[in-house]
Design a binder for this molecule. Structure first.
Ligand SMILES: Nc1nc2c(ncn2[C@@H]2O[C@H](COP(=O)(O)OP(=O)(O)OP(=O)(O)O)[C@@H](O)[C@H]2O)c(=O)[nH]1
Ligand SMILES: [Mg+2]
Length: 426
C-alpha cells in the first residue's frame, strides 16, 4: 500500500474570544481551502446577525446558536494539508461552560495551537495548557493574536511571550520547544501570508510553523498493548479480534496473552495472521488498526476492553489504582463512594472513588489539602480508585497510552486523568 504523508490531529485552544476560530478560518481561506464566494456569504451572514468581524470564525462555527452568540460551543473538524503533513484541525471552544468539548478535542490531539489575544494570559489560557499536558498533547505552538490592537509592537509581543512562557513552564512544556508566532488573524497577518507590518519578526508564519512540528513518535520500544475493540467469529477462519495497536509491535507467530479475558486470569494463544485494510501484513505497529486471527482462543473467551500483550509482559489488571485527575464538569461535588463510569482505552467500567488522597495545585502539583471531604469543578486531585470489574490499566511512567482515562456520568465527561500507580490483582 502506498504510504501517504504522516497524519496529525491539531487542536486550537485558548481563552474565549482569543480568536481561535478566526485563525482557523483565515488559515483555510488564505490557503485556498475556502473560496471567495463562500467567504462573502459568511461576511453577509455575520453582518446580518450583528456579528460583523466574525466571518472567519463562522467558517468553523456552524451552529445557529454559535453564530448568534459569537462563541464556539462544539468541536469542529477540518482537513488541511501542508507539504509535510495531512492535518485534521480541531477548533475547540474557549468558553468555560463548554470545557468538556475542549477536553474531548485535546484528548484526540497530537499537537495544539494555543491562541492568546492582546489581553495576554487569561484563566482558560492556563487551564487549557494544563489540560493539554494532562491529556498527553506533546507539542505546542503559540499564536499571539490581535497584534493589530498592539500596533504590531515588538515590545508588547515580547512581554506577552514572556507571560505565556511562564505558564508553559509551570505546566511542564519546555518553552524552547515552542514556537511563538505574532499574528493578526482577522487581517491575515502571518497566518498563511508573511506580514510586512512586523519586519522585526523573521520567523515562520503560522502555516509554516506547522511543518516544524515533529511527526509523533511511535512507541515501538514499549511493551505490546492492543486493546480489543471487537471480536468476530468468521466461519472457515476462526476468532478474529480487531483493535488498534497502542504500543509495541505485534508479529505473526507471536505468543500472546489477552487480559483479563472472561476467565479473569487471561488466555494465551498464537497470532496466525494479521490483516490491515484487507491486506495481510507480517507486523503491526502503534497506530495500526488491525484484525488478526488467533490459535487457541475462542470468540466467547474475550471481549471489548480486554488487552492483548506478549506472554512475557502481560497487561496489568488493577485491583486498585492511584490517579491524578482534574474535575471539569460535575453537577455537585465528588466524595468517597462515588461510582461513575471510567472510559479506559476501549473498556467502560464502573469504578469507585475509594479515597481522596489530596487536593493539589494543578500548576505546581503542591498539596493544597490532605484528605478533603470532597472535590468539585476546577479541582485537581490525587485519588484512589477501585474498579468494580477487572480492568487493564498501566502507570503513566510505564505506558502513557494505556494510563489515560475519562470519567463520565449521565452523558457528561465529569473528569479526566491518568493512572500514576496501581496495585495488581492477584
Ligand atoms: N482586532 C482583532 N480582532 C480579532 C482578531 N482575530 C479575531 N478577532 C476578533 O475576536 C473575536 C472572537 O473571535 P473568535 O474567532 O470567535 O474567537 P474564539 O477564540 O474562537 O472564541 P471561542 O471559540 O468562543 O472561545 C471576533 O470579534 C473576531 O473578529 C485579530 O487579529 N484582531
Ligand atoms: Mg471559536
Amino acid at each position: 500500500m502506498a504510504k501517504g504523508k504522516p497524519h496529525m490531529n491539531i487542536v486550537f485552544v485558548g481563552h474565549v474570544d482569543s480568536g481561535k476560530s478566526t485563525t482557523v478560518g483565515r488559515l483555510l481561506f488564505d490557503s485556498g481551502a475556502i473560496d471567495e464566494a463562500t467567504m462573502r456569504k459568511l461576511k453577509e451572514k455575520a453582518e446580518e446577525l450583528g456579528k460583523g468581524g466574525f466571518e472567519f470564525a463562522f467558517v468553523m462555527d456552524n451552529l445557529k446558536e454559535e453564530r448568534e452568540r459569537g462563541v464556539t460551543i462544539d468541536l469542529a473538524h477540518k482537513q488541511f494539508h501542508t507539504p509535510k503533513f495531512d492535518f485534521t484541525i480541531i477548533d475547540a471552544p474557549g468558553h468555560r461552560d463548554f470545557i468538556k468539548n475542549m477536553i474531548t478535542g485535546a484528548s484526540q490531539a497530537d499537537a495544539a495551537v494555543l491562541v492568546v489575544s492582546n489581553v495576554g494570559v487569561e484563566p482558560q489560557t492556563k487551564e487549557h495548557v494544563f489540560l493539554c499536558k494532562t491529556l498527553g498533547v506533546q507539542q505546542m505552538i503559540v499564536a499571539l493574536n490581535k497584534m493589530d490592537v498592539d500596533n504590531f509592537d515588538q515590545q508588547k509581543f515580547e512581554k506577552r511571550k514572556n507571560d505565556v512562557t511562564a505558564v508553559l513552564k509551570m505546566y511542564g512544556y519546555k518553552p524552547t520547544d515552542v514556537q511563538f508566532i505574532p499574528v493578526a488573524s482577522y487581517l491575515g497577518e502571518n497566518v498563511a501570508k508573511k506580514s510586512d507590518k512586523m519586519p522585526w519578526y523573521t520567523g515562520p508564519t503560522l502555516v509554516q510553523s506547522l511543518d516544524v512540528l515533529k511527526e509523533p513518535e511511535k512507541p515501538t520500544q514499549l511493551p505490546l498493548r492492543l486493546p480489543i475493540q471487537d471480536v468476530y467469529k468468521i466461519s472457515g477462519i476462526g476468532t478474529v479480534p480487531v483493535g488498534r495497536v497502542e504500543s509495541g509491535i505485534m508479529k505473526v507467530n507471536d505468543k500472546v496473552i489477552i487480559m483479563p479475558a472472561r476467565s479473569g486470569k487471561g488466555i494465551t494463544g498464537e497470532v496466525k495472521s494479521i490483516e490491515m485494510h484487507h491486506e495481510q501484513i507480517q507486523q503491526a505497529e502503534p497506530g495500526d488498526n488491525i484484525g488478526f486471527n488467533m490459535r487457541g482462543v475462542e470468540a466467547k473467551d474475550i471481549a471489548r476492553g480486554d488487552v492483548l500483550a506478549h506472554t512475557d509482559k502481560p497487561a496489568k489488571v488493577a485491583s486498585e489504582f492511584t490517579a491524578r485527575i482534574v474535575v471539569m464538569n460535575h453537577p455537585s461535588v465528588i466524595t468517597v463512594g462515588y461510582t461513575p463510569v471510567f472510559h479506559i482505552h476501549t473498556s467502560q467500567i464502573a469504578a469507585q472513588f475509594a479515597e481522596i488522597v489530596k487536593k493539589i495545585d494543578p500548576a505546581t502539583g503542591a498539596t493544597i489539602q490532605e484528605h478533603p471531604d470532597f472535590i468539585k469543578n476546577g479541582d485537581a486531585a490525587i485519588v484512589k480508585i477501585k474498579p468494580m470489574q477487572p480492568v487493564c490499566i498501566e502507570k503513566q511512567s510505564d505506558i502513557p497510552q494505556l494510563s489515560r482515562f475519562a470519567i463520565r456520568d449521565s452523558g457528561l465527561t465529569v473528569a479526566a486523568g491518568m493512572c500514576i500507580d496501581l496495585v495488581e490483582k492477584k
